[in-house]
Structure formats: structure tokens, C-alpha cells
Design a protein around this ligand. Structure first.
Ligand code: 8GT
Ligand code: MN
Length: 575
């Protein structure tokens, strides 16, 4: 299918748009200090058509063109505001600063662009273009590198980080002027001064800085084996002790050596037993108990069963007690054909129940799709799933916004599933506008063939027993998502969770779904023990008078709870 307009006519190098057509946009307002916009050089974008559907290609071109027209119009209206984003399409990859592509394999890319040239460009996904146009600034590339093998080269071409910060703070002051606006933007860069306010000695993990990978990661992995064993055996208290120990070690700022051992006494939750395990690890690089567990056949079976969606420790033990030992035996027991889940989708119209039949159905889907579901999801695909879901949602309700939460938001390069928290951008009316959307969206995604299974769907549930105000604010669907056969992404089944929140509780929902689990647990504990408040994904309230809080930003969530803002990438308080 041809583009709506031929790509070449938009190239800057053949001069189809005059330089005076370039300035200003209203979307993102920069400082009021005048700049010579005539002299500004645009970023040249080459969109590689291979693997992009013609409609999507056409949409991308139109997005850039519409943006440019809007920018020009604002400039001519003399508003004196200058957009960060000055893009120009080019038909010549060699001249481009940025190559936008749906290709993810280096070899495949090099069929279209010479490797020598590719190395000198930023190679990004179409999401970068869309998200940059939405935010009105050239976003940093780190979440958008299209080709893993060329990530380093791509990041080297990243836009100036300083510019980013200034533009986001000026956006903030701009949006504060507008009564009805609030932040639904992506994460700001991490602020070193904020991290310094946290302490690795704090009792609550929401006061400690917990990076994705810590200096003592191999020790953490070793203790995590013991933790998992306790979890599988249903020994919850013991499991929690190990979880706490892990979360403390995650925040410890340097590699633990013999010399550091006495320091550990200053840390919370490291009792005698843990202390001697750490000592053993420092000496030998191993913890004997963990190694014994790993070699244990019961642990191996229960671990394998526990990887199946729908099977928790309790079910795993029950299956083991029936004499089952391997996943193949489980497949026979449940009469499942691997890879071919024709298991009918759980009714879209009815709320999920926890009946035995419903649980069994979920296990059957989880087992049949286990090979696909065991593959982790790279960041560019997570972003594309979000974008696709939001595009489908826009056909049902305009003006919705989303944040990808979960491990993705904490910086994980690969996720086990995708957690998308959705709201409506209208602070006043959004609550009504998102009501009932979850079911409609899932139905639409199912009709489009994008959602193949629904594991669970539920309507509004309440923040607490106090039936004050419209607190019925979260709807969620736990689904299985798959790309269409003609997509540039492989057809691998992916788990996607869709969570709908009213604007008043959007940021509490995002915080609640960003994790990690121990961070969440300590947020709730902190709120209860130190602040006399109740925190969960569906809201924050004060216990003594049930006062409800409606934070407009994520920072507000932390502020209301009396906490320093912890950047999402510092909330990795689990192994
Ligand atoms: P992964 O998906 O790569 O494994 O990593 P993850 O994103 O950290 O794990 P997750 O299992 O997807 O959980 C993401 C966060 O959502 C966790 O912090 C967890 O506490 C939270 N979460 C659920 N399920 C539910 C739920 O039903 N309600 C609420 N409020 N939060 C939940 O996982
Ligand atoms: Mn997740």
C-alpha cells in the first residue's frame, strides 16, 4: 500500500519545506529566552520501511508532518515558544542522524543499511519517534535502541541529558498553570541528590536505594535459593526473613568482604543465621544449604511446577503428592497438548471466580503455553505492546494515558510480563471515562486477535471497607497477548496485565504496580506503622478519619506518605 504522501517529498535536503517552516511548537514549552530558530539544525530521521506495515509507515510520516505543521503554526502565531523537537524526514539513510526501524536483528538491518553507516547512527524503534512527538522533545534513546548489537553506538548519540532536565522542569511549571492538568509523563532522570537521602541502613526498603543489580548480587542469588525453597514449602515466616535479608543486602553499597563483616551488625534483619551464611559465602563463594537445596529432587520438581502460570506452591505440593514429578507428567495429567492451547478463553463478560474449574482452566492455559511464556520480553517489545494496546483503546475512548509499570519500569532489560496502568488524562472527568473500559478493551483486543486468552478479569474493587466517596477505582485484566502473524515481532504468547485507575488514584496504582514486591510490602508497612495511613494500589487514606488523598504526581505519592521520592530504578528490593 502506498504512503498517503510520498516520503521523499518531506526530505529536508531536497528542500520541500523552507527553513522558516521549522520553528516552534506548543506541545512542550521551553524557556522564554529567544533562540535563533532559523539557525537550528533539525534532527534528520530516516524511517526504514522494511518490516513496518504500510499503514504504520504512513501513520509515522503523518505524525511527523502534523507535528511540524503545528510547530510552524504556533511559531507564526507569535507565541514565542520553542519546541525541543525539530525533526525532518529524509529518504537517505546516510544523511540521517536517526534511523527508525522495526528490525531488531543486526544482520537483517545490514541488508538495508551498510554496516559502516549503521554504526554512526542512533538506531531506534518507532516508539521513540511516537513518544518523542508526544512529549515534544527528543527522548533519550536508552529505552528505544532497536538493535541490541548496536545499542552502544545508539546510546553514544543520545540527546544532551541536561537539555532533557530543563525541558521537563519547564513543562512542570507550565502544566501547574493549568487547573485540569497533571503529570502522566514518563520517568524523569534519576537525581543523585535524592538517592543520597536514602540510607542502606534503614529498616524499611522504601527508605533504601535498591538497584537492579547490586554489588553483592551473587550472594543475593544464593540466599534466594533458600528463600524460594521456604516459599515452595509454604514456610511463609521463614521465607519473609530471607526476603528481608535479601532486600537489605540489595542496598549494601559495596562488595562484602571479610573487612565488612562487622559492619553488617548495624544492618536490620540480619540475624545470627544469616550472618553466618554471609560469612560462609565471603569465605567460600557458596552457601552449603543453598547447594543442597539445588540438588534436591523435590525442590527441582516444585520449582518447575511453580513456573507454570496458575500454579502456586500449594498446588505444586498437591501435584507432587499425587506422584507427579516433571512438567511432561503434568501435561499428561491435565491432558494438555504443548503449544496448542485451544483452551477456550475464559468468559470475557463474567468476573473471574476462584472456583476449582476456573483455576484448572488457568493452569491448562499456563501449561500449554509454558514454552512461550517462559521467554522473557525485551524492552522494545514491551513498549510496542503498550503502544498497540493504547492505540486500540483510543478507538474506544480518546484521551487515555498509560505507564508501563512492573519490572520494566524498574529498569529490567527483560520482563516476564507487561504491566500497563491506564487512566484518562482529564483530572475532573477521567474517573467516569475509565469506568467499564477494561472489559471493553479486552473484548476489542480479543476481536482483533491480539488477546488470545483472559486469565482473570475483575471490575472495580474497593480501597477499603469505608464506603466513602467514589473509591471503586481499579479494574484489571490478566491476559495473554500475541502479535498477528504478519507482524514484525515473533508470534510468542506474552502475559499482559491491564490495570485501569481513575486519575485520582492513577499514581498510587502506578506505584503499587511498579514493585518490587518487598518495596511494596514496606510501603504499606511504613504507611501503617509510621504514618497511621493505609496504602495500596487503589489509594491512600488516613486511618483515624478515613481522609483520602489524590496525588497528581508520583512524587506526591511519596510526599503524602512522608517519604523521599525513590526513583523506580532504585526500588529493586527483591532478588
Ligand atoms: P516481571 O514481570 O519481570 O517478573 O517482574 P515484576 O514486574 O516485578 O513482577 P510482577 O509479578 O509483574 O509484579 C509487578 C508488581 O505488581 C509487583 O510489585 C506486585 O506487587 C504487583 N502486583 C501483582 N499482582 C498484583 C495485584 O493483583 N494487585 C496489585 N495491586 N499489585 C499486584 O503482581
Ligand atoms: Mn511484571
Amino acid at each position: 500500500m502506498p504512503f498517503k504522501r510520498p516520503l521523499r517529498s518531506y526530505t529536508c535536503d531536497d528542500g520541500s519545506l523552507s527553513p522558516s517552516d521549522r520553528p516552534s511548537s506548543s506541545r512542550r514549552i521551553r524557556s522564554s529566552s529567544p533562540r535563533n530558530i532559523e539557525e537550528e539544525k533539525p534532527l534528520l530521521i530516516y524511517i526504514l520501511p522494511a518490516k513496518i506495515r504500510p499503514e504504520a509507515m504512513s501513520e509515522l510520516v503523518m505524525l511527523v508532518e502534523d507535528y511540524k505543521i503545528e510547530r510552524v503554526t504556533m511559531g507564526h502565531q507569535g507565541r514565542g515558544v520553542i519546541s525541543e523537537l525539530n525533526l525532518q524526514l529524509t529518504g537517505d539513510a546516510e544523511k540521517a542522524n536517526i534511523v527508525v526501524t522495526a528490525i531488531h536483528m543486526r544482520q537483517r538491518l545490514e541488508r538495508h543499511i551498510d554496516s559502516r553507516i549503521a554504526k554512526t547512527k542512533a538506531i531506534v524503534t518507532p516508539s521513540w519517534l511516537r513518544d518523542s512527538l508526544t512529549s515534544g522533545q527528543p527522548l533519550p534513546y536508552w529505552n528505544y535502541a532497536a538493535v541490541h548489537d548496536l545499542e552502544d553506538e545508539t546510546l553514544r548519540h543520545c540527546p544532551d541529558a541536561g537539555q532533557d532536565t530543563s525541558s521537563s522542569s519547564s513543562l512542570r511549571s507550565h502544566s501547574q498553570e493549568k487547573e485540569n492538568s497533571w503529570r502522566t509523563e514518563p520517568d524523569e532522570p534519576i537525581e543523585v541528590t535524592e538517592v543520597e537521602l536514602l540510607s542502606h541502613k534503614a529498616r524499611y526498603s522504601c527508605l533504601r536505594p535498591s538497584p537492579l543489580v547490586c554489588p553483592n548480587q551473587s550472594l543475593v542469588e544464593e540466599i534466594n535459593i533458600i528463600r524460594r525453597s521456604r516459599h515452595l514449602e509454604g514456610e511463609e515466616r521463614s521465607m519473609l526473613s530471607y526476603s528481608r535479608a535479601i532486600s537489605v543486602i540489595k542496598a549494601y553499597p559495596r562488595i562484602i568482604t571479610q573487612r565488612d563483616l562487622h559492619d553488617l551488625h548495624e544492618l536490620p534483619f540480619l540475624g545470627e543465621k544469616l550472618y553466618s551464611m554471609i560469612q560462609e559465602f565471603v569465605k567460600t563463594g557458596r552457601i552449603a544449604e543453598a547447594q543442597t537445596i539445588l540438588a534436591d529432587s523435590r525442590f527441582q520438581s516444585l520449582s518447575a511446577f511453580d513456573t507454570i502460570y496458575g500454579i502456586g506452591p500449594h498446588t505444586a505440593r498437591r501435584l507432587y503428592d499425587l506422584g507427579l514429578r516433571t512438567l511432561e507428567e503434568l501435561e499428561q495429567y491435565y491432558e494438555v497438548i504443548p503449544g496448542a492451547s485451544n483452551e477456550e478463553t475464559i468468559s470475557l463478560l463474567e468476573e473471574s471466580t476462584n472456583t476449582e474449574a476456573a483455576v484448572e482452566k488457568t493452569i491448562k492455559i499456563g501449561l500449554a503455553l509454558r514454552h512461550d511464556l517462559s521467554h522473557t520480553i525485551p524492552r522494545p517489545e514491551v513498549e510496542e505492546i503498550n503502544r498497540t494496546v493504547m492505540q486500540e483503546l483510543s478507538h474506544i475512548q480518546k484521551g487515555c494515558k498509560s505507564v508501563i509499570a512492573g519490572g520494566y519500569r524498574r529498569g529490567k532489560p527483560q520482563s516476564n510480563d507487561v504491566d500497563i496502568v491506564i487512566t484518562h488524562a482529564d483530572w475532573e472527568l477521567g474517573s467516569q471515562k475509565v469506568k467499564g473500559l477494561c472489559k471493553k478493551l479486552v473484548q476489542r483486543l480479543h476481536e482483533q486477535g491480539l488477546v488470545t486468552h483472559v486469565m482473570h478479569i475483575s471490575g472495580f474493587h474497593e480501597h477499603n471497607a469505608l464506603r466513602t466517596h467514589h473509591w471503586d477505582s481499579l479494574e484489571k485484566a490478566l491476559t495473554v497477548f500475541a502479535w498477528p502473524h504478519n507482524s514484525s515481532w515473533p508470534r510468542v504468547y506474552r502475559r499482559v496485565d491491564l490495570i485501569f485507575a481513575a486519575p485520582e488514584v492513577f499514581w498510587t496504582a502506578v506505584v503499587g504496580w511498579t514493585g518490587s514486591t518487598m518495596f511494596e510490602r514496606d510501603l504499606r508497612l511504613w504507611a501503617k506503622q509510621q504514618k497511621g495511613m493505609k496504602f495500596d494500589s487503589s489509594g491512600i487514606s488516613r486511618r483515624h478519619d478515613s481522609k483520602l488523598y489524590y496525588p497528581r504526581t508520583e512524587r506526591d505519592v511519596f510526599k503524602v506518605l512522608g517519604l523521599v521520592h525513590v526513583h523506580p530504578t532504585m526500588r529493586n528490593a527483591d532478588a
